[in-house]
Design a protein around this ligand. Structure first.
Ligand code: ZN
Ligand code: ZN
Length: 329
């Protein structure tokens, strides 16, 4: 199979011909139809996350069809379409797994980080961690739902009670979650890099009531803010923007250092929380929601062999919406 392989911090992905993997017990061999490109892939490639698999095939927003089930795998039949998310496997035994918090498992495996992911023609997945996908989404449109949508949704739920909600960084996750917020009659304030006209236009088109640069204090105080951009400087900015009792939710897996800030920004019961990974229950909930809301995804398509170009475009802020790789193009 063709795969885009990473082998160390700072290196570009290299296209390789590798043997198609064999599914083990409880695993599925899946033919990749589309794989989204996530900011986390940049953090992995830049060496910002500890102990990645090496060499590694990145990619954790994978849409594919089941080619062959391994021994004992019975949840899906051959030809069925499935989605493979970031959470590849958990231990099932630690105190977090046993208390409904498998997103915090002590011995997890992550797709496209500690196990091979979807920047390839095929991948293996543990069938217990794979999702059935709503049929009404095309392969490329379903791909960003698997992380931007899903982990975005986990962040959104942390700010559930907010009516006036700020999104810092208007990329793949925010462009999906703003649509849910509109359905739920919330007001979204979209904060982008200064002068990012494309992201601000997309935000307004999708229903944001206000757009502006992330350094600006908005005209009305927010009930909560979600930080999708991995920029620690945004925490004091977001604390300034939220009202008393407000919450600042950090949605990313990695963030640059947070500068010190005066305690009065946190005072009056403001909170800062982070969101880690996903549980399978998040996925089931999110995909049943995706059947009702019908998210419109804005995707930028790339052939698999141009994964490096897609990653550069994401890094440079040139993607309004989500980048998706297609092995067949
Ligand atoms: Zn566990
Ligand atoms: Zn992701």
């Amino acid at each position: 199979m063709k795969a885009m392989v990473w082998d160390g911090p700072g290196r570009r992905l290299v296209e390789r011909d590798l043997p198609t993997p064999e599914p083990g017990e409880g695993e599925l061999l899946i033919r990749v139809q589309a794989c989204g490109v996530c900011r986390t892939d940049l953090h992995v490639i830049d060496g910002e996350l500890p102990q990645p698999k090496r060499p590694l095939i990145p990619g954790h927003e994978v849409v594919g069809t089941v080619v062959r089930p391994g021994l004992g795998a019975r949840r899906f039949s051959v030809g069925e379409r499935v989605g493979i998310p970031w959470l590849g496997k958990t231990c099932g035994n630690c105190r977090f797994c046993r208390s409904g918090r498998e997103n915090l498992c002590e011995h997890p495996e992550f797709t496209g980080y500690t196990r091979d992911g979807g920047y390839a023609e095929y991948l293996l997945a543990d069938e217990r961690f794979v999702f059935a996908l709503p049929e009404e989404y095309a392969d490329g449109d379903a791909a960003p739902l698997l992380c931007a949508g899903l982990i975005g949704y986990r962040s959104y739920r942390k700010a559930e009670r907010a009516n006036r909600l700020g999104f810092y960084g208007f990329g793949a996750a925010a462009h999906l979650l703003v649509q849910l917020a509109v359905v739920q009659e919330k007001e979204v304030y979209a904060f982008t890099r200064a002068g990012d006209a494309a992201a601000q236009a997309l935000a307004r088109e999708l229903g944001a009531v206000w757009t502006g640069a992330s350094t600006v204090v908005p005209p009305d105080p927010l009930d909560a803010a979600i930080l999708f951009a991995p920029v620690g400087d945004l925490i004091p900015a977001a604390l300034r923007a939220v009202d008393r009792g407000g919450k600042v939710v950090c949605a990313g897996i990695h963030m640059s250092d947070i500068p010190s800030f005066p305690y009065r920004l946190l005072w009056e019961e403001r909170e800062i929380v982070s969101v880690a990974n996903l549980t399978r229950q998040d996925g089931e909930e999110f995909f049943s929601l995706a059947r009702r809301v019908h998210f419109r995804t804005h995707i930028h398509s790339y052939p698999l062999s141009q994964a490096n170009e897609a990653l550069s475009a994401l890094r440079e802020g040139r993607i309004a919406g989500a980048a998706v790789l297609f092995p067949d193009r």
